[in-house]
Design a binder for this molecule. Structure first.
Ligand code: PBG
Ligand code: ZN
Length: 327
């Protein structure tokens, strides 16, 4: 039989690096990345976090030092978590105007101004004795009283000068409550990045050790989402959009690329994803054993997030990616 001419040869476009770069559909840039930080009360503290190699607890003095170092390689957006404050049933230390997060925000903004964009995580699980992301009532996380506390926490952070607050609690109605309380206090330009579609996930394991925020009883399934649900994830995100969120986040990221993708096709807001602690720990553990090539795996993951539709990526890899020139 005569050989048919092969007119369509997709491999033609993969012939050389320059050509591959030209036709690449996904391009990452440093502007997309947010780097998380854990800040603790005290002085001269820089403690390693076991299951998150390269990530530390910093006291404020050390945090300032480390942030400055990161800024030199382009890390100019950070997400702050407060750890080690007094834990109570009513989470009162979470909305104190003297909390370590408030102090850190003030100091960071005083020192770096517009050169550093400061986002704070807003949730009370590191501030409650029971470790739940809200106020317990008869063993159930009561929605509306939780929203009240969470709004006060967001207000404290915003008054301190946070550029953006990021509620991660998954209570109903918290975006409009936070928007309301911020606006009432003339903080209408403080933006809100909502952890909009946040799933109850085993991928948060290392973080809970880092933040000392594991629930003492039960789990988070009565407020965080069921990972079997995709349509509900869209519902959650679109409600937050209606309530006034500025950015919608999907979390975790790697196992939820379909959610990132669907959300990006169904909202006009920027879409972010959180490459969480367990995802980070898996990559670190395997690469420490020499089982995977860390820079290659990390960059493959980052491109996957962007290809799925995330324009903003929160990742513990950010610092190393920038400093080692992987991006
Ligand atoms: C607090 C919070 C969590 C994470 C971000 N904010 C933990 C949780 O919900 O249990 C997870 C971050 C990570 O795993 O890297 N609500
Ligand atoms: Zn929480």
């Amino acid at each position: 039989m005569e050989k048919q001419p092969l007119n369509i040869r997709p491999r033609r476009l993969r012939k050389s690096p320059i050509l591959r770069d030209m036709v690449a559909e996904t391009r990452l840039s440093r502007e997309m990345f947010i780097y998380p930080y854990f800040v603790v009360p005290g002085k001269k503290i820089k403690h390693k976090i076991d299951a998150m190699p390269g990530i530390h607890h910093f006291s404020l003095d050390q945090l300032l030092f480390d942030v400055e170092k990161g800024m030199n390689s382009g890390v100019n957006k950070i997400l702050l978590f407060g750890v080690g404050e007094k834990k109570t049933g009513d989470a009162s230390s979470s909305f104190s105007n003297n909390s370590i997060v408030v102090k850190a925000v003030k100091e960071l903004k005083r020192k770096f101004g517009e050169d550093l964009f400061v986002i704070t995580d807003v949730c009370v699980c590191a501030y409650t004795t029971h470790g739940h992301c809200g106020i317990l009532n008869d063993g159930y996380v009561h929605n509306d009283s939780s929203v009240e506390v969470i709004s006060k926490m967001a207000l404290a952070h915003a008054m301190a000068g946070a550029d953006m607050v990021a509620p991660s609690d998954m209570m109903d109605g918290r975006i409009s409550a936070i928007r309301g309380i911020l606006d009432k206090n003339r903080l209408e330009n403080t933006s809100i990045m909502s952890y909009a579609s946040k799933f109850a996930s085993a991928y948060y394991g290392p973080f809970r050790e880092a933040a000392d925020s594991a629930p003492q009883t039960g789990d988070r399934k009565s407020y965080q989402m069921d990972f079997r649900n995709a349509r509900e994830a869209l519902k959650e995100a679109l409600i937050d959009e209606q309530e006034g969120a500025d950015i919608l986040m999907v979390k975790p990221a790697l196992a939820f690329l379909d959610i990132i993708s669907q959300l990006s096709l169904n909202t006009l807001l920027p879409v972010a994803c959180y490459n969480v602690s367990g995802e980070y720990a898996m990559v670190k553990a395997a690469s420490e054993r020499g089982w995977i090539d860390e820079p290659k795996i990390v960059m493959e993951n980052m491109h996957a997030f962007a290809r799925a539709g995330a324009g903003i990526i929160i990742s513990y890899h950010t610092r190393q990616m920038f400093e080692s020139g992987w991006l």
